[in-house]
Design a protein. Structure first.
Length: 327
């Protein structure tokens, strides 16, 4: 009996284990199952599987019955690994023989992603060797100690290394899933899913903003007003000095406070916002490429091409060709 019943759709298999976090399973099903084409056709089919079918304990008082076994992994286009409580136990063995056999069924080239400490399983299986990855900030130090061959970035909400992706704490699974939907079908589809879930389609910054730190002397100050103003003036050249002046701060203080609040530098944040504005205009307007570059604040088409290539791996014209017709 086939695990997936709609061969034309992108097939997502969620690999769950004992001690799984229920919320993370719900995130994957809720977001991918909402993604639809313009005619209402579902774009994904999602199934839950486990190395050994049957009852699976969760991190709550619930026990789930999972009928699908690892054969689902052999048919999947994307495999998602949620966290399990075992990863919170020091030196716990996360790669058991049943899980090893299950992972071996994944076809070469399949996209594989983890949520929260699910990254421990990917790392233990060698899937993150030499790659940049993230996990929950509380587990980042242990993760780096156990897997020195992985480049750990504890500040971001998720990482995208081609066909291997990781995300930070539980709710960042939402950011990761929206990112994959956006990558597959464009911003319009991802934004529609975000609206249906009542979440932001793209959260600013990374998990660095959630890490508990000593309260700075300037705790009453914020960079939020400068960020809001910058979003209204992305078409203009914007300088750190100009943004700092909006908050009546020195450039040095503003730079420090911005990174504390957003988890990245102001320059990185501006580039990120301009890429998102360019994507929106490429998808939703017929503006010439040069005009899109101006409206997004890149100045020239060459500059925008460079930034989109770095962020998305495609040129502006290729991005428009792919996603303009998909919405």
């Amino acid at each position: 009996m086939a695990v997936f019943t709609h061969p034309g759709r992108h097939r997502v298999a969620v690999l769950v284990r004992h001690g799984m976090l229920v919320m993370e399973l719900g995130i994957v099903h809720r977001l991918f199952r909402q993604a639809r084409a313009a005619d209402g056709t579902p774009l994904y089919e999602v199934v839950t599987c486990t190395p050994e079918p049957g009852e699976v304990r969760t991190d709550t008082d619930l026990t789930l019955t999972v009928a699908q076994g690892p054969e689902a992994l052999a048919e999947a286009d994307t495999v998602l690994v949620p966290a399990a409580v075992i990863e919170y136990e020091p030196n716990a063995r996360v790669l058991t023989p049943p899980i090893e056999r299950a992972l071996a069924m994944i076809r070469p080239g399949t996209r594989i992603a983890s949520i929260c400490t699910g990254a421990f399983l990917l790392a233990a299986a060698g899937l993150l060797d030499g790659r940049r990855a993230t996990t929950h900030w509380r587990s980042a130090c242990e993760f780096q100690t156990r897997f020195p061959q992985v480049e750990v970035d504890a500040d971001v909400l998720y990482t995208d290394d081609g066909n291997v992706l990781t995300s930070a704490g539980v709710a960042s699974g939402i950011d990761l899933c929206l990112h994959m939907i956006r990558r597959d079908h464009g911003a319009a589809v991802a934004n529609d899913v975000a609206r249906g879930t009542v979440v932001s389609p793209h959260r600013e910054g990374g998990q660095a903003q959630f890490i508990v730190r000593p309260v700075p002397e300037t705790a009453t100050s914020s960079t939020a007003a400068a960020r809001a103003w910058a979003l209204e003036h992305l078409h203009r050249p914007l300088t750190l000095r100009e943004l700092a002046a909006r908050e009546s701060m020195s450039t040095r203080t503003f730079t420090r406070r911005f990174r504390e609040e957003v988890g990245m530098s102001a320059v990185q944040w501006l580039t990120q916002q301009r890429v998102e504005r360019a994507r929106q205009l490429l998808e939703e307007s017929d503006l010439p490429i040069d005009r899109v570059a101006e409206e997004a604040g890149f100045g020239t088409a060459a500059s925008m091409r460079q930034h989109l290539q770095a962020a998305l791996g495609v040129s502006p014209s290729a991005y428009r060709t792919t996603f303009r017709s998909a919405v």
